[in-house]
Design a protein around this ligand. Structure first.
Ligand SMILES: Nc1ncnc2c1ncn2[C@@H]1O[C@H](COP(=O)(O)OP(=O)(O)OP(=O)(O)O)[C@@H](O)[C@H]1O
Length: 326
């Protein structure tokens, strides 16, 4: 299933979603083109999973529109375009990697070749291993292989590397890059800024349900156009903030970070103030600092928690992978 050229693969227009009093998504509009890797970032509760669930057709908008390849989410045509990774899944532990993939491939009329699924997911050497002997990272790569069995146009990955160690995470990144080189679009949510920086062509930043910012990792960093000044001091952040109006001042462990549009001017103020400034360093702005700065600009009041709402259209978590697999 491949989409027509020039049309966005995913289009979201003025999407709003409320759960009781909680506005999980507020007027979100976005488009994702074929071949992009897009990272959806945001703090806990920002609305990332809600957005993914709308793309999967698991949630219905309170208002607004969502299109997958020009089709309504949840329709057979949309399901055939999407692959997604299983979240909380019980898999038969005695089946091997090959048996699981053979079973999964049998759900589709035109699955990708077994060897391609294995190679893309870095599982070629593990083909005869039983599921219950795989490490966490290897299991996650098997779920990934299942998600791509049906030649999806877009793969949705909701925090795919959470809980994995650094090496397994990097192995997973290789899988995503291989998939992209084959022309597949990827939308992933992550809390790891390093992951977004390493993988994404574009970052969408959600805050409190609103799409607060979007751009390439570089453009987000450049937007600040300044430097990160990090130092230790006995003074608190509030005091530093008073000294440096218009700067983003945050705590980083024992250190204080200041985002400085003009680092020379900022250093002059800092070093001429009656402060004990120690262990000072000046670095280019990291993606983490840039996003923290943008989030602070956006910061609003906390919203009240709502009781869970059962969505009639919400499907079992077990059904996530390749929604068309039935
Ligand atoms: N079924 C539901 N009933 C009530 N509130 C909900 C429901 N699903 C989500 N919410 C609320 O909507 C908001 C957005 O939640 P969502 O899970 O989309 O955020 P998230 O960015 O994925 O968070 P996390 O990073 O913690 O997974 C939160 O305030 C959450 O409590």
């Amino acid at each position: 299933m491949h989409q027509s050229i020039n049309k966005p693969l995913v289009q979201v227009k003025n999407l709003n979603k409320s759960f009781g009093d909680v506005e999980a998504l507020i007027d979100v509009s976005l488009a994702i083109s074929a071949g992009e890797i897009v990272a959806l970032l945001g703090a806990n509760g920002a609305g990332k999973t809600s957005l993914i669930n709308h793309l999967l057709g698991r949630l219905r908008p309170s208002s607004g529109e969502v299109w997958i390849n020009g089709n309504k989410p949840g329709s057979m045509a949309a399901r055939q375009s999407i692959g997604a990774i299983l979240q909380a899944t019980q898999m038969p532990g005695t089946l091997t990697v090959q048996e699981h993939l053979t079973l999964f491939r049998s759900y589709y009329t035109s699955p990708i070749p077994l060897n391609q699924a294995l190679a893309t997911a870095g599982l070629t050497d593990l083909v005869d291993r039983r599921f219950d002997t795989l490490s966490g990272g290897q299991k996650q790569r098997l779920f990934f292989a299942m998600a791509i069995c049906g030649r999806p146009d877009i793969v949705l990955l909701d925090e795919p590397t959470v809980g994995l160690d650094a090496e397994s995470r990097r192995d997973f990144w290789t899988c995503i890059r291989t998939l992209r080189s084959q022309g597949t679009t990827v939308l992933l949510t992550t809390h790891y800024l390093e992951e977004a920086d390493a993988l994404a062509d574009r970052i969408l930043l959600l805050a409190e349900g609103s799409l607060m910012h979007e751009g390439t990792p570089e453009s987000i960093k450049q937007q600040l156009g300044g430097k990160r000044i990090r130092f230790r001091t006995t003074a608190n952040t509030a005091h530093i903030g008073e000294l440096l109006p218009g700067h983003t001042v945050t705590e980083y462990g024992d250190y204080i970070d200041v985002i400085a549009p003009d680092e020379v001017a900022t250093l002059k103020v800092l070093l001429s103030a009656p402060l004990d400034v120690r262990d000072l360093s000046v670095e280019p702005v990291s993606l983490e600092s840039a996003l923290m700065h943008l989030s602070q600009k956006f910061a609003g009041n906390q919203k009240p928690a709502a009781a869970p709402v059962q969505e009639s259209e919400q499907q079992s978590e077990q059904e996530t992978t390749k929604e068309a697999a039935r």
